[in-house]
Write a protein that binds this ligand. Structure first.
Ligand code: HEC
Length: 168
């Protein structure tokens, strides 16, 4: 009887074990697993959006320093709305994005959205400390997503991580 139970247990456990071994292949970390697999159209769109984000971020500095909250509000709104996941993409492009980009990328994208929305809100309420806070959180979110998914484009972010492990 005991033997039979053992076999039954094995039959249940074995597939679970092999499934567990497969798992790391699905949860890719590190070097841009998805972005480079995007079709040209989508990748160009992503690149355009990134450049728009960069000029948006840069324009916020003089606006902040001169108390131009209205400009920050409208820039933050544009950054929020123009980001790739919110573009007028076709249904098949949306499917492609979700199929190619790992969930961690989409989470970072959503986090970025949230921060841009908060920046817009802080600017609307004319709160300099909060504007500064969310601006800096957004800056951090650029670097953190690039470190995880764009070291092919920004190799300095990769070596920085490695060096940090060796210094001190
Ligand atoms: C959700 C992830 C993510 C976030 C958030 C993000 N980026 Fe990027 N960015 C990428 C990826 C991935 C690439 C590389 C794209 C490629 O290789 O086609 C990139 C590339 C870029 C590029 C180079 C574009 C080019 O092709 O010339 C710039 C500039 C850039 N990002 C600016 C920013 C700025 C500024 C922010 C924050 C305000 C930001 N990004 C936030 C993922 C992100």
């Amino acid at each position: 009887m005991k033997f039979l139970i053992c076999i039954a247990l094995l039959a249940v456990l074995l597939p679970t074990t092999s499934y567990g071994e497969d798992k790391p292949n699905h949860e890719q970390h590190g070097n841009s697993p998805g972005v480079e697999a995007l079709t040209h159209d989508l990748r160009d769109l992503l690149s355009e959006e990134m450049q728009a984000l960069e000029s948006g971020m840069m324009s916020i500095i003089p606006a902040y320093n001169s108390g131009n909250w209205g400009e920050i509000e409208s820039t933050a709104k544009k950054m929020n709305n123009s980001y790739i996941m919110k573009q007028n993409l076709t249904e098949s492009q949306i499917k492609e994005l979700h199929a190619v980009l790992p969930p961690a990328f989409i989470e970072r994208d959503q986090r970025f959205h949230y921060l841009a929305g908060m920046l817009e809100h802080a600017a609307k309420n004319k709160k300099p400390e909060l504007i500064n806070f969310y601006f800096s959180e957004m800056n951090e979110s650029c670097v953190s997503c690039h470190t995880a998914f764009a070291t092919h484009r920004f190799p300095a972010l990769l070596s920085k991580e490695k060096k940090e492990g060796h210094t001190h």
